[in-house]
Write a protein that binds this ligand. Structure first.
Ligand SMILES: NC(=O)c1ccc[n+]([C@@H]2O[C@H](COP(=O)([O-])OP(=O)(O)OC[C@H]3O[C@@H](n4cnc5c(N)ncnc54)[C@H](OP(=O)(O)O)[C@@H]3O)[C@@H](O)[C@H]2O)c1
Length: 283
């Protein structure tokens, strides 16, 4: 199978390279491949993949408020180019999207059928990207995931691991609830989904949910450190972009395909055990 991955150097892109190491992979990323340029479409067509894993994106949630045009160019126009190429090739397109398409007013997990209402520019651009993918290519699966961390790049887990060893205490938002997801586990799920005939939208995260504060406490505990982690409110954190208070994703569709991904705490422990950057307190 010839599989093209956009955003191949990002955290999920790296995990996909591992999960799909036996396949014929075409890796695309900046600077040679720029999703905002219309020739990204012809570059994909020239590579003739049968599957496109479109994970390349503008992912800086606060940054998208400062440079909305850039977020839209990458996440919407870029996805339009990718979807057109996929349609030309009769290829299968998997577009990775986000829990931030929801506004967080629900108190029970969001299903694939629930109506998106993004609160911030990143979520708006990813939702428009979903529509571009679904309308641009008939064989599209949109996979929404959440709170992703992997071995490449920066993420919440690595930040807390570093700060827990440096600071006398940590303050972390305690009034936003979601589903932490290990990029390795998501990559394995995508490996199965790309050969399935599932189309439309499918939610995929590690199972279980927590607040960012609970997530940070679990990280510090796995490091066997006693650094206190204090909960603060979203208002106290003062971030530029609004974020949903509740963005837990229900996984009804994935459940019909087979087992769900492991529990988030088990996935986190596995990640931290093998993280090369782990603190010296870990064994
Ligand atoms: N991270 C999360 O918590 C999270 C949660 C839910 C969904 N997602 C979605 O999951 C997917 C993977 O996320 P991730 O965390 O792996 O993201 P990531 O680490 O930021 O990787 C994204 C990749 O896309 C590349 N990229 C950015 N602009 C580009 C452009 N104009 N042309 C080509 N490539 C470009 C980035 O390159 P540079 O690094 O050079 O910019 C990077 O290599 C994304 O679609 C994201 O929206 C992420």
């Amino acid at each position: 199978m010839r599989i093209l991955i956009t955003g191949a150097q990002g955290q999920l892109g790296h995990a996909l390279q591992q999960a799909l190491s036996g396949e014929d992979l075409i890796l695309k990323d900046l600077p040679e491949f720029d999703l905002t340029q219309s020739h990204s479409e012809s570059k994909i067509v020239a590579a003739r993949p049968s599957v496109i894993l479109h994970v390349g994106a503008y992912t800086n949630v606060d940054g998208a408020e400062r440079e909305p045009d850039r977020a839209l160019a990458v996440n919407v126009h870029g996805t339009t180019f990718v979807a057109r190429a996929a349609a030309t090739l009769n290829a299968r397109l998997i577009y990775v999207s986000t829990d931030y398409v929801f506004d967080g007013t629900q108190t029970t997990p969001y299903c694939e059928e629930d109506v998106p209402h993004p609160l911030n520019m990143y979520g708006q651009s990813k939702r428009a990207g979903e529509i571009a993918a679904l309308t641009g290519c008939p064989n599209t699966l949109v996979v929404r995931t959440a709170w992703l961390y992997g071995h490449a790049g920066n993420n919440f887990v690595k930040t807390i691991m570093r700060l827990a060893g440096e600071k006398p205490f940590l303050e972390v938002v305690g009034d936003q609830r979601g589903c932490p997801t290990n990029a390795d586990d998501l990559a394995l799920a995508l490996k199965n989904l790309l050969v399935s005939d599932l189309r439309g939208i499918c939610h995929v995260t590690n199972t279980g949910d927590c607040t960012w504060h609970e997530f940070a406490e679990a990280i510090v505990s796995l490091m066997e450190l006693s650094t206190p982690v204090r909960p603060i409110t979203t208002a106290q954190a003062g971030r530029l972009a609004r974020r949903p208070a509740y963005s837990v994703l229900a996984q009804g569709r994935l459940g019909t395909m087979g087992p769900l991904l492991p529990d988030w705490k088990e996935a986190l422990a596995r990640f931290m055990k093998y993280a090369p950057h782990r603190a010296s307190t870990l064994n």
